[in-house]
Design a protein around this ligand. Structure first.
Ligand code: XIL
Length: 349
């Protein structure tokens, strides 16, 4: 591992640098070399989601997840498991069964319990952090647990705490995370952060086994962002005794087209790396921030163009897998954090 790689620079200060990985892209040597050379923790982008691991009821496909966990172990990396309880990317057999009444709420709860026990047990001892529950809070002000969420509407809000209890039973040593977006000041009002903080405090008071909070960190240059606010919000979670992590960092902007991904506003080429840097500094400022994960590292195979019309340029490598200014930004921040700025001498002042 090169001493100026992200993973080596982060190791100097006890931080893990991570990326989401598409396991079957590891077949490409250029892609594989970056995963192994730059990162010390990996997250499967999709391959631990229920839709992927149990496409047909009772028939499992662990191929992508198994491959990534094995790769990580061969390359001295840890794994973030993602994600056990989420409204999205559920198997069609499950959601249609609930819709047409063939799966009752009691059966749904049993299926979820079984899903969590099966998946967490399969990788017991091999997952550093699990994103147990993902995206339960509304984006409104004030923010609450979304009453219309698939799981909450059928099983009540208590299902979230149960998911943490079940995951803890299956792997008592894994760090269990609540993961969400816009929970570190990205929404401007801080309403979502306030709601998540209050809920976490309540859960911890009830003894629910939650160890950490993941702020996804999906930014967009059109909205702006404050690293200072992020640090304050992360600090507040940490004050509850929790670890924190940046789990899905990317910074999108409007681009000319999805192939070349050249920002249409020239200033975005400065804002994009700047916001990556602010997020990293927000994490670096806090001892309890244990990992900083980017949501993929090449603009060519990111989720953004498919989800946000006209946007792209969100990662730290360009469409040809060449490092962008955002890469250099992260590298410089890590180097400074590890060595400190040199003290000037002999200036004659
Ligand atoms: C995204 C994946 O990157 C895409 O490939 C997939 O089509 C949709 O999901 N928040 C999350 C991630 O927690 O799981 C999402 O990942 C991005 C938003």
């Amino acid at each position: 591992v090169a001493p100026d790689s992200l993973r080596a620079l982060a190791a100097n200060i006890g931080l893990r640098m991570g990326t989401a990985v598409i396991p079957f892209d590891l077949d490409h040597p250029d892609y594989q070399a970056i995963v192994a050379g730059q990162f010390s923790v990996v997250t499967p982008g999709n391959e631990m989601k229920w839709q992927v691991v149990e496409p047909t009821q009772g028939t499992f496909d662990w191929s992508g997840a198994d491959r990534l966990v094995a790769f990580a172990e061969q390359h001295g990396q840890l794994v973030r498991g993602h994600t056990l309880l989420w409204h999205s990317q559920l198997p069609a057999w499950l959601t249609s069964g609930v819709d047409n009444g063939t799966i009752s709420n009691a059966q749904l709860r049993d299926l979820l319990h079984q899903h969590i026990i099966t998946e967490v047990s399969r990788y017991k001892g091999r997952i550093w952090q699990w994103d147990v529950a993902n995206e339960f809070f509304t984006d409104s002000n004030p923010s609450t647990i979304n009453p219309n969420d698939f799981w909450v509407s059928h099983l009540g809000t208590g299902v979230i705490a149960d998911a943490f209890r079940w995951a803890h039973q299956a792997d008592p040593h894994a760090l269990l995370f609540y993961n969400d977006y816009n929970i570190a000041g990205e929404d401007g009002t801080n309403a979502k952060s306030d709601a998540v903080f209050a809920w976490l405090r309540q859960m911890l008071a009830q003894g629910v086994p939650i160890n950490g909070v993941g702020d996804q960190g999906h930014l967009d240059t059109q909205y702006g962002f404050s690293g200072t606010q992020m640090t304050q919000d992360l600090q507040r979670y940490a004050s509850l005794g929790l670890k924190v992590a940046i789990t899905e960092a990317d910074v999108r902007t409007f681009v000319n087209n999805a192939t070349d991904q050249v920002p249409t506003d020239h200033l975005a080429t400065f804002a994009q790396p700047d916001e990556f840097g602010q997020m990293l500094k927000g994490c670096l400022a806090l001892r309890q921030c244990i990992s900083f994960t980017v949501w993929g590292f090449g603009d060519a195979d990111s989720w953004v163009p498919g989800f946000f019309t006209g946007e792209g340029y969100e990662t730290i490598y360009d469409v040809n897998l060449q490092p962008k200014p955002a890469y250099t930004e992260l590298q410089q921040e890590l180097a400074l954090a590890g060595s400190g700025a040199p003290h000037r001498t002999g200036g004659g002042f």
